[in-house]
Design a protein around this ligand. Structure first.
Ligand code: CP
Length: 338
């Protein structure tokens, strides 16, 4: 059986994604189990986390397994990723050794590695997690790099809980929101991928054409709707985008043309603070629901009124991280014949 990694949902068939979501719903009904008895997962965090760390660690424990959390460069040796590198800099060891040694200890490896925010032509290749996948002999799970597939499944499960399994025909708005820093596009890329995969009518709402996502995700989303029967459009008009929407999903991200040279992007971002999700915009929707992956700056990305409204399901989506990640861990082991 072939070793499989959970790096992007695009590597999985709709049937496989559905299987993971059904499994996640089962784990939601029965929290404790023995599915990971005697198993271990190493969780490598190159960046901060609250939800991902807590839900993976707890999820492994609730299924009888063990999670070991490592922060390379902080509480574990710094890691070199460049092939054939003369390692006379900071990192003490190469991913070729780290991935293979961890594979002798644990059954799964989770990796969180955000972009370096210097050169998008480099970051868009997702080199860190791909290097782990190349050298590991156990399944590697993406805990957020330039996509966030665990969040995708948590979001999909929450949507299905509200609308049923068939999401085709639902109007979905992925809206950019202001943030004082230029953030990762990972969750926006992921929301675009999963919403189009599920056959929804998707609007990517962003301030200017510069905020459109990387072509590799725009093209994948177009291919997804061609297969799923959904639709995809880009809009810079707030009112027409919100009108009649069933779901509004918010995220902030930095405009890719300014990647690594963020100075000129700041005034554009500052001019679009009005993209905040507020009650007036939500009133334009068709009794629409709202969510966000969290963390979220209140009254910057969304108002208190939106976050505390009954239509906000961000907390339920965050809870679903626990359930879907149990499904991801157990399915990746099963599908890799382990
Ligand atoms: N949504 C999410 O991944 O949360 P953390 O960054 O807290 O893990």
């Amino acid at each position: 059986m072939t070793l499989r990694h959970f790096i992007t949902t695009q590597d999985f068939s709709r049937a496989e994604l559905d299987e993971m979501l059904v499994e996640a719903a089962r784990f939601k009904r029965a929290k404790l189990g023995e599915d990971l008895r005697g198993r271990a997962i190493a969780l490598l965090f190159f960046n901060s986390s609250m939800r991902t760390r807590t839900s993976f660690e707890l999820g492994a424990w609730q299924l009888g397994g063990k999670a070991i959390v490592l922060a390379p460069g902080k509480d574990a040796w710094g890691i070199e990723f460049e092939p054939a590198k003369i390692m006379d800099g900071e990192p003490e060891e190469h991913v070729a050794e780290v991935a293979r040694v961890l594979s002798r200890y644990v059954d799964l490896i989770g990796v969180r590695a955000f972009p370096k925010f210097v050169d998008w032509s480099v970051d868009r290749e997702d080199r860190v997690i791909k290097a782990f996948a190349k050298h590991a002999t156990v399944p590697v799970i993406n805990m957020e790099t330039i996509t966030h597939p665990c969040q995708e499944l948590a979001h999909a499960l929450a949507l299905r809980e509200r609308f049923g399994d068939d999401l085709r025909g639902r109007k979905y708005v992925l809206t950019w929101t202001y943030h004082p820093k230029p953030l990762n596009t990972a969750v926006a890329n992921s929301a675009l991928l999963i919403a189009t995969r599920l056959g929804m009518d998707v609007t990517l709402l962003c301030p200017t054409p510069e905020y459109v996502l990387d072509p590799q995700y725009m093209e994948a989303a177009k291919a997804n709707v061609a297969e799923s029967g959904g639709s995809l459009r880009v809009s810079h008009d707030i009112e027409s985008s919100y009108r009649g929407a069933h779901v509004v999903y918010a995220k902030s991200w930095g405009a890719l043309p300014y990647f690594g040279n963020w100075g000129p992007e700041l005034p554009i971002r500052e001019r679009h603070k009005h993209f905040i999700v507020d009650e007036a915009k939500m009133a334009l929707t068709d009794n629409g629901l709202f969510s966000h992956c969290l963390p979220l700056r209140r009254n910057v990305k969304a108002t208190d009124g939106v976050m505390d409204a009954p239509y906000c399901f961000a907390i339920d989506e965050a809870e679903n991280r626990l359930h879907v990640q149990k499904a991801i861990m157990t399915r990746m082991l099963a599908w890799s014949g382990r």
